[in-house]
Design a protein around this ligand. Structure first.
Ligand code: SF4
Length: 379
């Protein structure tokens, strides 16, 4: 049995945040039909992959999964348990927006077996949240963490964004200080990205908003690394930090190049060597249920061995490191032979470190210039 991770996309939001380019709809329409379609899609893929795979993690992402009634999430979980082999201690994550959570929902999630909560906090300053057009306040964010923890959620992540317009280093550190004082085990810290097509991007292009340049961004990133490592949060991916063994198993499946199935609008799946992407629009996704030969898929590709190698190196190096034994057994020795010189230069510059005889991992400094490092390799 191969390990399998399952992602469920819930494409509903209360409103569209100015910086966001994830697919979501704000009219709250067709929720029942959407989840019925999801169930059909899950059953279909189970008929192809359940005999060879065992589900290790499930992740409800969005959109805002905490916006929909819990009965829909329960239906999805029941379908997965019924049609797939699932392992006993599955990690089940739900992404939630602090403005949509309450005591009852938190209790419902726990009773469904959800054991990891990921909160889109972004900042603990109300003016930042207002700028980002988030629906919650800083107080609600703190209350959500505390309520979830006191009800029994041990594994809580919060997402934070740095390099917001006008954000001083002192202010960013205040955010980090508030974060580590809360009972959270995991922090994802992302630099503000200007995605094309978003309102924020247009505001920046029109000169209405200014964000810090690359040097300032790198400075805030290094501040984050130093601050969180001093507080016991170990970096295990470019943007992710965890205490003890509270790393996100679901995201690690992507980064360790394992198989995953994504269900719902715009979801991606990867069962080596095939990758596919579902229809992005809700109406097309719903329609596809009736056309059995199309089966929700907008595009698919079979990855060549060299494309797989490139992805494998990129994903493993961005996270917990490249295991040379595994690399050799999956792809042969050519990559290492071709890149020996570059690897030893990177080691000399302390950007890449050797862990034991067989593992190459990025140093803290290496994570900061990860993209540049990856461009140096030959495939
Ligand atoms: S709540 Fe999240 S998914 Fe929805 S629009 Fe805002 S950032 Fe995007």
């Amino acid at each position: 049995m191969q390990p399998l991770s399952i992602y469920i996309h819930v494409p509903y939001c209360e409103h569209k945040c100015i910086y966001c380019d994830f697919y979501s709809v704000i009219n709250g329409k067709n929720v029942r039909e959407y989840f019925e379609t999801l169930v059909e899609e899950i059953k279909f893929r189970a008929s192809q992959y359940s005999a060879t795979h065992e589900v290790k993690t499930i992740f409800f992402g969005g959109g805002t999964p905490s916006l929909v009634q819990t009965k829909y999430l329960a239906k999805v979980l029941n379908t997965i348990s019924k049609y797939f082999n699932v392992c006993e201690n599955m990690e089940i994550t739900i992404e939630a927006n602090p403005g949509t959570l309450d005591n009852n929902k938190i209790k419902d999630y726990l009773s469904l077996g959800v054991n990891r909560l990921s909160l889109g906090v972004q900042s603990f300053f109300d003016d930042d949240l207002k700028f980002l057009t988030r629906i919650h306040s800083a107080k609600e964010a703190i209350e959500s963490v505390e309520t979830a923890y006191s009800n029994g959620f041990e594994n809580i992540n919060i997402d934070l964004i740095f390099n917001l317009p006008g954000q001083t280093k002192a202010r960013w550190k205040e955010n980090l200080t508030t974060a580590v004082e809360l009972p959270v085990k995991h922090i994802s810290a992302y630099s503000l990205i200007l995605e094309s097509g978003t309102i924020l991007n247009k505001m920046v292009l029109d000169g209405k908003v200014k964000i810090g340049d690359d040097d300032y961004d790198a400075d805030l990133y290094e501040t984050t690394q130093d601050f969180l490592s001093n507080k016991g949060f170990e970096q295990y991916e470019v943007s992710n930090f965890a205490k003890g063994n509270y790393e996100c198993e679901h995201n690690k499946a992507y980064w360790e190049y394992r198989n995953y199935l994504g269900f719902g609008t715009s979801a991606h799946s990867f069962i080596k060597p095939k990758r596919w992407k579902n229809f992005t629009s809700l109406s097309q996704y719903l329609l596809s249920k009736k056309k059995s030969e199309k089966l929700f898929v907008a595009s698919e590709e079979i990855l060549t061995k060299s494309e797989q190698l490139e992805e494998y190196v990129m994903l493993t190096l961005r996270s917990k490191g490249l295991n040379l034994n595994e690399l050799n057994s999956l792809f042969g020795k050519e990559f290492y032979e071709k890149n020996k010189g570059i690897i030893s230069e990177l080691e000399k510059d302390k950007l890449l470190l050797k862990e034991g005889d067989e593992k190459l991992v990025l140093s803290q400094k290496g994570y900061a210039v990860c993209d540049e490092i990856l461009l140096k390799f030959e495939y």
